[in-house]
Design a binder for this molecule. Sequence first.
Ligand code: KIV
Length: 268
Amino acid sequence: MSRKKVRIHHFKEMKQRGEKIAMLTAYDFPTARAFDAGGADILLVGDSLGDNMLGMESTVPLTLDEMVPFARAVVRGAEHAFVVADLPFGSYEVSPEQAVESSIRMVKLSGAHAIKFEGGRRIARQVRAVTDAGIPFCGHLGFTPQSETALGGRRIQGRGDHGIEDLVADALALQEAGAFAVVLEMVIAPAAKAVTEALDIPTIGIGAGPDTDGQVLVWLDMAGVGEWHPRFSKQFGAVGQAMVDASAAYVDEVKAVTFPAAEHTFDS
Ligand code: KIV
């Protein structure tokens, strides 16, 4: 059966019929092609691009203009998947006008289908302005890496007397402002469950337990690239080691002059 292009209305339908949404980050054309072929519903051009791919210390220094070429490459590689692009820190917080301008710039220059940025009630006016401009919006609550300093580090969210109540209120504010989905990052499982039950739109968890309507992972954590992976992630491959092994085999053959062989050589 040929696979259909994933469109915005499919997400609510998936929640209603209990089909989980599978989202992965992607930052370039070959990974977008691979994960699209693997059946991912959503490809997220996350601002984790900054620390995971560009060697930055965090997501904070990344700019909108730095993100655009990566988002454009992912869009080119996504035949079926829905592509969501992050707005980086500093490109939406100032005002609804700034958020709309940045979202339009990202969508126009990259072709991304939707925008995501971080926060709940405090950025609800921005979300309303973006969705009123006709741009689909995905929220991001819980641990929000752009506010890591203000949150006191990489801390699990939803704990404490009002933890669950606050998350539900933030999520309802995003839904009310027109969001089509909400990512929940590093929140205790009962909080993720409460938010998921409170919303009509789907939740997509990362370190939020099994009760969300979907899951997302940074692809390097999912595929086993790099030395460190968060406890909530699972490595479904050993791609980092496969790359070391392939490059070592190549180096060996170049040194031993067994590559290129006759079949790799143009004689005339
Ligand atoms: O930037 C990113 O990769 C993200 C995911 C962690 C959800 O926002």
